[in-house]
Ligand binder design. Sequence first.
Ligand code: NAD
Length: 373
Amino acid sequence: MEEWKFYMPTKIRFGWGKFQEIRQVVDELKGKKIFLVTGRHFAKKHGILDKLSDFLKGLTLVMFAEVEENPTIETVDRGAARCRESQCDLVMGLGGGSALDAGKAMAMLQKNPGSIREYLDQERICQAKGLPFIAVPTTSGTGSEVTPFTVITYPSKKAKPAIAPPENFPEVALVDPELTMSMPFEGAASTGLDALCQAVEGFWSTQGNPLTRSLAFRAVKLAMENLELACFKKDKESVTNMALASHLTGIEMSNIGNTSIHPLSYPITIDYGVAHGFACAIFLPEVIRFNASAIKDRFRDLLTLLNLRSVEDFADKVDYLMEKLKAPKKLSRLGVKAGDISGIAKRGIGRSTAWNPRTMTEEDIVQICKTIL
Ligand code: NAD
């Protein structure tokens, strides 16, 4: 009998239109002065900020609308300083994984001294719970609203390290799939493919347990059946199902992390400016093929459910889905040259590579990269 444990302290509210419950969430946390961490344009442009100001009438909202994609140390430290000056009592992240991760880090730094860099470099460790953090995702991809992971870009090291102290789990995750409706096609495709990668990685991880595997199983099915519709048709059902897929992967991933694909994405994003989800997905079909012998038993029920005969068919189906979503499938299309591959393979190995179901060496990664060049 397998032995396992699971931890999820974040309170969850999920559903279409749930954004209107944000006032209740803030009141329950006794927030009076809220530090809002978000991206530069989209929330204003699509009327989400106006709605939020309306819901929070009577409370003070201090805005930090300066988070870029893949937020850097400098952005986090600047936001944390602004939050300290403004003496807010609560932090809210509104956006994709970038705004949520930046917000988590800023909330943490209100009760822990120094720069986020020192925590990424393990010169300091998180000693105290930060300010309460409410996570409101507006993309369906990362599940960051229910993870302690705080992924920050470290430009001088050309890396995207993460910290994950349990104190960094958000207090509340408010997931309203309607907030993702303004995502442009390319963004929805990229973030949705991130959710699919996380789901597959969660399902085959050697760190998995019955609970994480159940969540990942359902998330793979939801993503495979809804991603295309959520991008092309954008109907309420498929958009909600993608928000659910992403959310479920966040819950399982919060306990077991990822495997080989996520670390591989980091050099692709940093060196070639590729969106996080596309940078993960470009490796997915080939890594599925690489893992085939190790996962075929575990994938049997999933394949039956998806009406597929083999793991290789699953890889082909993902390939086909990526083609429909106009996702990049060849590294050379992103600017990668044959001579870059050994560097990608070196930097693309992370701690979680060890949790891949089949041992993956640097030489294996070189072969995978050559196949998809
Ligand atoms: P993102 O947050 O970088 O957002 C992508 C773009 O979409 C941005 O320009 C953003 O402003 C815009 N956007 C967001 N919501 C929108 C909306 N509703 N309408 C229109 N535009 C919108 O993308 P992401 O993929 O959600 O997050 C990626 C980041 O999350 C990366 O840094 C990645 O490393 C990190 N990540 C974190 C975790 C975690 O558990 N903490 C997990 C996976 C990935």
